[in-house]
Design a protein around this ligand. Structure first.
Ligand SMILES: [Zn+2]
Length: 299
């Protein structure tokens, strides 16, 4: 019968509700897919309360500088999924069961003695991060540090010897693992270059004192301040990895620049812009977490 072929009656009152619900579901699914596919950036605040790093001009610990930058940077990278290797003012949670399995055999042997160092890379590997960024602040060998009673509001502090500043440039450095067998070498260098160019453009200076005080370092690009050093976190990270020395905290001039909140915001935006350019590059293996993780293996 003809009447049986007609579509069932539709309740007009529900017509406005159903499309709205469907659009919400579609929007939710799209949002989930965007979030799921957005790259995972691991931010590693160097050092920790048990090993707080170098002391600055007025005695402040390097860890505090690293934590301040990472906190701002994490907020600026809202386009990405962000994983911190440790919360601010806290130790790295190295006692995650099975975590050492995400390291090389050599690192697994050293694991019991250097857990909180290796755990940083292991956490990135376990979570299949796309990029690993370690944040540090540089210091200088003790022989170049001079006590100055006029510093730090008259309480006294340390500054760099005049001879040091005549001999070397004071500023930032970016380290990568430039080992010939490092599969992520070229991508790590690309990220370092994208960041360094932007830092130079805002007037930051590439430091060069590691020419003389770091035997295991070599310069990759002196103009951009990019160096190799065989650092555990860079060697063990299974994805493009860089370590940034934001500036020199024993030089009162540089310390004043890099500890200003305006600079830290600017620094965070530089990292954000550099990562945006990196991930926008045409290589399809960078576009999703799953593919990007294996990018270094295939390139
Ligand atoms: Zn450090």
């Amino acid at each position: 019968m003809l009447t049986q072929l007609l579509p069932p009656r539709i309740d007009a009152s529900k017509m406005t509700i159903i499309p709205h619900k469907i659009s919400l579901i579609i929007f939710g699914l799209l949002l989930l897919s965007v979030v799921a596919c957005s790259p995972l950036v691991v931010l590693d605040a160097g050092h920790e309360p048990s090993h707080p790093g170098a002391l600055a001009t007025c005695g402040k610990q390097e860890m505090d500088y690293n934590d301040a930058v990472v906190t701002i940077l994490a907020g600026a990278l809202g386009d990405y999924r962000v994983l911190l290797t440790r919360p601010a003012q806290a130790e790295v949670a190295a006692d995650v069961k099975g975590l050492s399995a995400y390291l090389s055999q050599e690192a697994q042997l050293k694991w019991p003695h250097r857990k909180t160092l290796f755990a940083r890379a292991a956490l990135a590997n376990k979570n299949k991060a796309d990029v690993f960024i370690s944040i540090h602040h540089d210091s200088t060998a003790g022989l170049w540090q001079i006590n100055n009673p006029a510093l730090c509001g008259g309480k006294g502090g340390k500054n760099l010897a005049a001879a040091f500043k005549q001999k070397y440039q004071v500023g930032f450095n970016i380290f990568i693992n430039d080992n010939k067998v490092e599969p992520c070498r070229s991508l790590s260098l690309e990220i370092a270059q994208l960041i360094a160019k932007r830092l130079i453009a805002i007037g930051r200076v590439a430091a060069d004192h590691h020419l003389d005080d770091c035997k295991s370092c070599h310069s990759i690009d002196s103009r951009l301040g990019i160096w190799h050093q065989d650092l555990a976190v860079l060697r063990e990270a299974a994805m493009p990895a860089i370590l940034i020395e934001v500036g020199n905290i024993v030089d009162p001039d540089d310390e004043a620049i890099i500890s200003a909140s305006e600079f830290r915001q600017q620094f965070a935006q530089i990292i954000r812009a550099a990562l945006a350019e990196y991930f926008a590059a045409s290589h399809p293996r960078r576009q999703t977490t799953e593919h990007a993780y294996s990018a270094c293996v295939f390139l």
